[in-house]
Design a protein around this ligand. Structure first.
Ligand code: ARG
Length: 419
């Protein structure tokens, strides 16, 4: 007889672990499987599918969830786990690098508890993201699997520089590099210290002081050098880009994903389709910036810039989805509180995705962008055992994605239903 597993047991590693639920999302086929069974051994999924097709082993612990929907562990391609969302603008200057690292420990846990078992951290000071990733992998602290960029690369005075202080302070961000050889060297340095993805700023931004949000930063020559260097070493590249010219130059230069993607034209959409470039569009964060941003220290000029790009970005999200551009889930959590990543799902549907497309963006599409689709992003035999369960049917109501009940990462129950 199969035993039954207490739903409130923490960090359990039952072997094999069997989870049954009324529904499971097959993200590859884009359909829902009713009466689902998933069998996990150690950290790997060994069987998954309709209960009729799967025999439950006698020695298994069975977690019978009932009215829940199983899906792959969620993946967020744009977070800053070591950023404190309550310290924007000048108050960000009070945060030391070690303090940022410690903040990251809390944020990593909040993110995991929200069902995000994998994140791509696209910019962190002092390689705090590398330290956090290593601490998670060593089992010292709890958090998602992390792909990390280290410091973001950017031009002097650009969005990825720190422009808050006057000249006399001689302050600049660690990722500043100008010219093809400087950017190549910075890519090499980031890899040396543990980066597994490269991030650069192709245009101005909302939250940086003194940058024009639509204006291009980096020449095409610099972008090509940077991206070529990263690709030579087997790393993918993400670029921050709001403005059309920067978006197009980055796509032509071979970038793997464009972040934000606020101001698009038809040619940019065509280029993205032709090159297979992924768009990572943070369509929730604008609500937070305009609603809570002032209290958190966001500069008046940034609020003004957000009023320009926010609505355009969401309209362009609809266009990109309709055109069939490759879309991933990227939230920019860190600008807003970690663990609220899932709020973006309902917005993705409001702005043109089907619920299934939104879930695919946060699972199989993100896994493919990371070139991890053979191990992550779907519930099937041979994949890492990253599985979550959401009460009810989120395909009927995406707001349910904001409250993930069960989280299994690497075969370990890190959040159980009774918590
Ligand atoms: N980190 C981004 C920036 O400063 C945030 C942009 C958020 N706004 C938006 N509509 N997506 O540019």
């Amino acid at each position: 007889m199969a035993g039954s597993l207490a739903l409130n047991s923490l960090f359990t590693l039952a072997n094999p672990l069997v989870i049954t639920a009324d529904r499971m999302v097959d993200v590859k086929a884009g359909k829902v499987i009713e009466s689902a069974v998933v069998i996990i051994e150690d950290d790997v999924i060994v069987q998954a599918g309709h209960s009729k097709k799967i025999a439950i082993p006698d020695n298994a612990e069975v977690m019978a969830l009932g009215d829940y929907t199983l899906m792959p562990g969620l993946m967020d391609m744009h977070v800053h786990l070591t950023s404190d969302p309550t310290k924007h603008g000048y108050s960000s200057l009070s945060v030391s690098v070690p303090r940022a690292a410690i903040t990251g420990v809390k944020h990593a846990k909040d993110t995991l508890m929200a069902g995000f078992t994998t994140v791509r951290n696209v910019g962190a000071p002092g390689f705090t993201d590398v330290a956090l990733r290593d601490a998670i992998n060593d089992g010292d602290v709890q958090g998602p699997r992390m792909f990390v960029a280290g410091p973001s690369l950017g031009v002097t005075g650009g969005h990825c520089d720190n422009n808050l202080l006057p000249y006399g302070y001689h302050d600049k961000s660690e990722g500043v590099a100008d010219g093809p050889w400087e950017v190549r060297k910075k890519v090499r340095e980031n890899i040396k210290y543990g980066a597994t993805v490269i991030k650069f700023c192709a245009t101005g931004g909302v939250l940086s002081k003194g940058t024009k949000v639509g204006a291009r930063q980096y020449t095409e020559e610099e972008m090509q050098a940077l991206i070529e260097e990263a690709h030579l070493r087997g790393l993918t590249v993400a670029t921050h880009a709001h403005g059309t010219s920067g978006i197009k130059a980055a796509i032509r230069s071979g970038v793997d994903s464009v972040e934000h993607v606020s101001l698009l034209d038809d040619e940019a959409i065509e280029l993205a389709k032709k090159h297979g470039t992924y768009f990572s569009m943070d369509v929730y964060v604008t609500e937070y910036i305009l609603g809570e941003g002032e209290k958190a220290g966001i500069l008046p000029e940034s609020l003004a810039k957000e009023r320009i790009v926010g609505t355009k970005q969401r309209e362009n999200f609809r266009k990109a989805v309709k055109a069939g551009v490759n879309m991933v889930f990227g939230s920019d959590a860190g600008v807003y509180p970690h663990g609220n990543n899932g709020k973006q799902f309902a917005r993705m549907v409001t702005w043109g995705m089907t619920p299934m497309q939104a879930i695919q963006a946060a699972t199989i599409n993100s896994a493919t962008l990371l070139k991890q689709q053979e191990s992550l992003g779907s519930i099937e035999a041979g994949r890492k055992a990253d599985v979550i369960a959401v009460k009810g049917n989120p395909l009927d109501n995406m707001a349910l994605m904001e409250d993930v009940g069960l989280v299994v990462k690497d075969g370990q129950i890190v959040k159980s239903l009774a918590m």
